[in-house]
Ligand binder design. Sequence first.
Ligand SMILES: [Zn+2]
Length: 307
Amino acid sequence: MPQLSTATPPEVQTFGPIKFIPGKKGGRYPYCHSLVIEGDETWVVDPASDKDYLRRLARTRRVTRVFISHFHEDHQKYNHLFPQARFHVPAAEAEAFRSVEAALDLMGLVDSQSRAYWGEIMVQQFHFRPLQDLAPYEPGQRFQQGEVTLEIIPAPGHTPGHSCLYFPEQDLLFLADVDLTPFGPWYGDQTSSLEAFEATLKSLAGFRARTYITAHEQGVFSREEFQAALPAYRRSIAAREERLLELLQTPKTVKQLADRHFFYGKPKDPHFIYHHIETQMLTKHLERLLLQGRVRHSNGAYVVNKR
Ligand SMILES: [Zn+2]
């Protein structure tokens, strides 16, 4: 769920048989950019960009396969336009494509009211329905048609099964929600992992491709742009940590920090979801700082450990 930026909205771009389809709202939540691969078969990646475009595609081509990078609702809003397709999803989180309950479990929503409310949003606004023809994929798996190979590059952290997709012939890497936005990395589910995200960023830093495509905001990056954007994106984790330590010069509870909108900077709707995200992301930082002995507990709050 990235923030606003002032960049001009991206346009449809073509990389051989691969088309970049910009998401509505500049590819910001609840949308993301999609890819369409047109060879002997037509494939779609993360169908949550543009309803009109994808509906037209569904009417004019037989889409045989849909690939989804991870279980988040803003990457599969228009799954329902392709009822005849086989859906390829990360094996590590395949259950979340079979039931709303499993998706809510991965998010870590516990109280029944929040679960009921968000479950309803997923069905009503994101058209969630259990996928019939589901084919879970594993890291390193390859799919081929004509001059296109699609290779699954595991990129966990954002979610447990979050995956990037590499197209070697076109030398193009789809980064999904390693989205290189000014907001920085998002690890707001209970099952998101800060450490795994950092390891993913470290390994992607050495991934050489000609073109990189994110699922949100800017979308298309040249190698030079990627090489500048990735370190800045990585640094935002350290910047968050420094800001947190500054605030913890005086004791604060997780709730007090979340109420200050530590990550988003302002209140956002629905409040309970954003409060949940703030809490999850804060907790991951605080637990690590605690383990490192850089903060300590003080009457149910956290405070900097002065040495
Ligand atoms: Zn996501």
